[in-house]
Structure formats: structure tokens, C-alpha cells
Design a protein around this ligand. Structure first.
Ligand SMILES: [Ca+2]
Length: 541
């Protein structure tokens, strides 16, 4: 017998299939300027996959005598307003606040996507995530029945024109992408990763293991802690097939692994990437933290995250590495159901400020001014070129790197943003752009999958977005719904509440042009490959 829940799903499927049949033949149009479909061949390029990193990344002439260590900590789903140093009064974050006091606090730093996987792809490659093919969340390969049904419904709905869901271009980070650890190894770095990967389910296909993408050492989980089974790995060995809901120990285990990596590599330059499972749903703070914050289980998990950061900082100090180490702390996207955006509009899954503006703290005693602040708009794609230059590396020469060197703004040498424009994607579509104080959206088409009712290019959305009223006397026609394009002046309107697009047509035009130019380049050369002297380089090897 079908349970009531399953019967409902089957009924819904039937209704959708019948509706689909009624309108079949009408493929969802793709509105010009919101192109979503491209040839996937460039994302599966065996020849490029096989090229050694050393063809494109080289030690520069001015390599530093002592290469700094890098520790990059990437929290999960932590909102812009969830640290005391970023405004919360409900959660205690003494370690992260001491990090901010001893270093630089960024106030306009963005994740490169509003969900997990693409944001991580952007951080590790220095490129807008769509170039890597990780255009959306890469779900675990062993999906539950319910989740599979939901995705099937979303795909069907997309074909029908009633929803908008696209699988990522790839099922994991392509080998042809050069990751931060792969590049830093050219400069002799030891590389380690601890925590959540989410760039390909390596429990199903080992080619997506972090150890196959530049990390000498890995300990952690393949994807988010809400996708089961949650297997726990060290290097290429699965230690626990399914942690299940026994996740109270995870934060402490991952912290121990991070501290162990620092101890093991204290005598050589190292790059450590820590990607805690906190504070993604579901929350399982350990006994020491349960009930400690005034912000519910979410707040407890943030406090445990803060503790973990404190342990890592303590390990650096204990080994006398503090002054030789650049520590970066940020989040992969904005707050989701719980968490604070500090009043910014939108949450995880949206390109509004609340979905992508995240805390960012940089500490390097002696090199970065303690207690300073950076207000220039910057993004996590900037970490890659910044660390490469600090390690004395040049390149990659064979591809577009969208990120920019942050050292100027970080050190105070040049307070101007290195970006004229920063793009905001939703899935594989560019929704908006930040240019100076302005944030422009040509369209924001959905909150989170699967069903937007007002997205252009969909059957339902076209109808809803097309609601108009014509006055019978004057024959004047006005639009009744939606207010796009939208332009916000973040200097006076950080909450993105007042659309001033009509009052600033020049700014809107310039912003739209920036989006369209990037998009046109992307559709001709999605991977951003540059013509390069590879033939000669190969012969010289
Ligand atoms: Ca996330």
C-alpha cells in the first residue's frame, strides 16, 4: 500500500505529467539575456584534464625568502551578522573577535555564490564558479527516494516552464581546474584540507577526492551534513560509512585533524583549508556547547565553530607560527533558515546582499594592521590570486582568473576595490552586478529551488510577470507586478529596499552592459581558456 505521503507525490506527478502533455511542444523559451543552456563539451576535456599544473603556474622571479603559511577557514552558511564583531548580541564569538581585533575586518566581502558547492569552487579556483562547471549544488550521488522525486519534479517543472532547476554542468570539479593547493604545491607548499568538500561525491567516484585535487592530506566529509549517508574519510580511506545523526563529535574531530596537520607541517610552508560542517543544518553542538548561546541550536553551533577557530589559532601560536601565517576566515554563503544577515536583504539561495555578503577576517601580525577595516567590495575568488602572489607564484597563464589580488586593500596600500564589477549568479544565470556603491539586478528569478512563479522564460512566470492593467479611458497600461530591473544605492540603502533604476538610467545601462559583455564572452568561451604557448612548453619539459 502507498502511504498517504507517497500517494500525494504520485498524484502530483500525474497532474504535472498531464499538464505537461496539454502544453507539450512548448519548450520553455529562454529570455534573451538570461541564457541558461550551453554545450557541455568544454567541461569534459580529457586533454586539458591531463595537463600538468606546472605548465601554467610558475615560481616568479621575486619569490619571498620565507614563504608564509596560509590557513583558510570557510564556515558553512554563517550569516554576515553572526559574529559579535559583525553585530550579533545573541552569540559569543571571542576567538573570531580576537582574530578581527588582531587583523583586518572586511565589511563588503562576498561569497562567489549563494549556495555551497559553487562558492567553494570559486574560492579554490579564483574563477566565477560557472567557469568550473560547478554551477549549482552537487548533491550526494546516493539521494534518498524523496529527494530524487523532488529533483525529478523540479526537472520536469523546468521543461514544463513552471519551475527553474538546472543540474550543475558537472558532477564534480574537473581535473582541468587548477586549485589553490595544486598551485601552491608548485611553490613547495604542504597542503591539507579538513572538513566538508562538496565538489563531487568521492564516496561514489574517487576522482573527486580532495587528494586528487591538490591536497596532500584530507580528513572530512564529502558533502553537507544533511545528505545521508555522511561518510567520514581520511585521505582516500573511508573511516566511518555513515556518521548519521551522531554528529556531536564532528566539530571536535575536524578541529583535532586541523591542529594535527599544523603540528606535522610546522617546519615547512603549508596551506591548510579548514571547511567546518558548522553551521549548516542540522545542528549537533557537542555537550559542551549545547544550550550555551542565546540563539538556539544555531547559536550553539556558531559558538563551537568559534571554539574550533580558537584551537587552530592556539596551535599556530604554540608552534611560534603566528607571525608567519596569514589566517583568513569567511563563510561560503549567507544565513539560511537560522542566522543573521544583520538586516541585509535575502538569505542563502538569493543573490541579494544577505545571500552572499559574508564576514571576512584576515590576520597576519606584523604585515596587516591590527583592528583595520576594508570597505572595498571584494569576493572569495580573490583569495586564489592573493595567495599565489604571496607565495611568489606567477599564473595561471592559460586561463582567465576572475579574482584579483587583495593585498592592496588588505594591507591598506590601495583602498580601491580591485574590481570594477562583481557578478552575482543564481545557478547558471547572472542576476546582478555590484559596481562601486551600486547593486543592479536585471532579474532575481527565485528564492531557492524548485518553484519560482515569476521567472521569465517559464510558462507560469511569463504570465505572472506579465500582469498589466490598461485604463479604459486613457489607454495607459501599467505593469502590476515585479519591479525589475532594480538598482540599489548601497551607501544609503544597504537593505536593498528602494529601486532607483529609473532615476539613474546611466548607471543601470552601464551595469547591464557589464553583465552582457561578460555573458557574451562566457558563451563563446565558457572555461575562459587563453591561447597559450603550450606546444613549446610541452617540448621543453
Ligand atoms: Ca553553505
Amino acid at each position: 500500500m502507498l502511504s498517504r505521503k507517497h500517494a500525494g507525490v504520485v498524484l502530483a506527478l500525474l497532474v504535472i505529467v498531464i499538464a505537461w502533455l496539454v502544453v507539450s511542444g512548448k519548450r520553455p523559451s529562454v529570455v534573451p539575456g538570461l541564457r541558461a543552456d550551453i554545450d557541455l563539451a568544454p567541461f569534459h576535456d580529457a586533454e586539458r584534464d591531463a595537463r600538468p599544473v606546472t605548465l601554467a603556474v610558475k615560481p616568479g622571479a621575486a619569490a619571498p625568502l620565507r614563504k608564509p603559511n596560509f590557513v583558510v577557514i570557510l564556515a558553512d552558511d554563517l550569516g554576515y551578522g553572526d559574529l559579535e564583531s559583525y553585530g550579533t548580541k545573541a552569540i559569543r564569538t571571542p576567538n573570531l573577535d580576537s582574530l578581527a581585533r588582531a587583523g583586518v575586518r572586511f565589511t563588503q566581502f562576498y561569497a562567489s555564490a549563494n549556495v555551497c558547492s559553487p562558492s567553494r569552487a570559486g574560492l579554490l579556483t579564483g574563477r566565477y564558479p560557472v567557469r568550473t562547471g560547478v554551477s549549482y549544488i552537487i548533491f550526494a550521488s546516493g539521494l534518498s527516494f524523496g529527494h530524487s522525486v523532488d529533483l525529478a519534479l523540479a526537472r520536469l517543472g523546468t521543461r514544463l516552464g513552471a519551475s527553474k532547476y538546472h543540474d550543475p554542468y558537472v558532477s564534480g570539479l574537473p581535473d582541468s581546474e587548477i586549485t589553490l593547493p595544486e598551485a601552491l604545491k608548485v611553490a613547495g607548499y604542504a597542503t591539507g584540507m579538513v572538513g566538508k568538500w562538496h565538489l563531487g561525491d568521492f564516496s561514489a567516484d574517487p576522482k573527486f577526492l580532495p587528494t586528487r585535487h591538490g591536497f596532500d592530506f584530507f580528513e572530512g566529509i564529502p558533502h553537507s551534513n544533511d545528505e545521508f549517508p555522511v561518510s567520514y574519510w581520511r585521505n582516500d580511506q573511508m573511516l566511518v560509512p555513515d556518521v548519521g545523526l551522531r554528529q556531536e563529535r564532528l566539530s571536535a574531530d575536524l578541529t583535532r585533524a586541523a591542529v594535527g596537520f599544523i603540528e606535522a607541517n610546522r617546519d615547512r610552508p603549508f596551506f591548510l583549508y579548514v571547511a567546518p560542517k558548522d553551521v549548516h543544518l542540522p545542528f549537533f553542538p557537542s555537550a559542551d556547547f549545547k544550550g550555551r548561546s542565546a540563539a538556539g541550536p544555531y547559536g550553539d553551533a556558531v559558538e563551537e565553530l568559534d571554539w574550533g577557530v580558537g584551537e587552530i589559532l592556539r596551535a599556530l601560536d604554540e608552534h611560534g607560527l603566528g607571525n608567519d601565517t596569514l589566517v583568513l576566515f569567511t563563510s561560503d554563503n549567507g544565513a539560511w533558515y537560522d542566522g543573521s544577515t544583520d538586516g541585509l536583504r535575502g538569505r542563502k539561495g538569493m543573490p541579494f546582499e544577505g545571500g552572499q555578503r559574508v564576514p571576512m577576517i584576515a590576520r597576519w601580525p606584523g604585515r596587516l594592521a591590527a583592528g583595520s577595516e576594508v570597505a572595498a567590495p571584494t569576493m572569495n575568488i580573490d583569495v586564489f590570486p592573493t595567495l599565489l602572489r604571496l607565495a611568489g607564484l606567477v599564473g595561471p597563464s592559460d586561463r582567465v582568473i576572475d579574482g584579483r589580488d587583495l593585498w592592496g586593500v588588505m594591507s591598506g596600500a590601495d583602498p580601491q576595490s580591485p574590481h570594477e564589477a562583481l557578478l552575482f549568479f543564481d545557478d547558471r544565470v547572472i542576476d546582478g552586478v555590484r559596481m562601486g556603491p551600486w547593486k543592479y539586478y536585471r532579474y532575481v528569478d527565485r528564492y531557492y529551488w524548485p518553484t519560482p512563479l515569476d521567472s521569465p522564460g517559464s510558462l507560469v512566470g511569463d504570465r505572472v510577470a506579465g500582469y498589466t492593467y490598461t485604463d479604459p479611458e486613457t489607454r495607459q497600461t501599467i505593469k502590476l507586478i515585479s519591479s525589475f530591473p532594480a538598482l540599489y544605492d548601497l551607501r544609503i540603502d544597504p537593505g536593498e529596499s528602494y529601486n532607483v533604476a529609473d532615476r539613474n538610467p546611466g548607471v543601470s545601462e552601464k551595469a547591464l552592459r557589464a553583465i552582457e559583455e561578460w555573458e557574451n564572452d562566457f558563451f563563446t568561451n565558457p572555461r575562459g581558456w587563453k591561447p597559450g604557448p603550450f606546444a613549446e612548453l610541452k617540448e621543453g619539459q
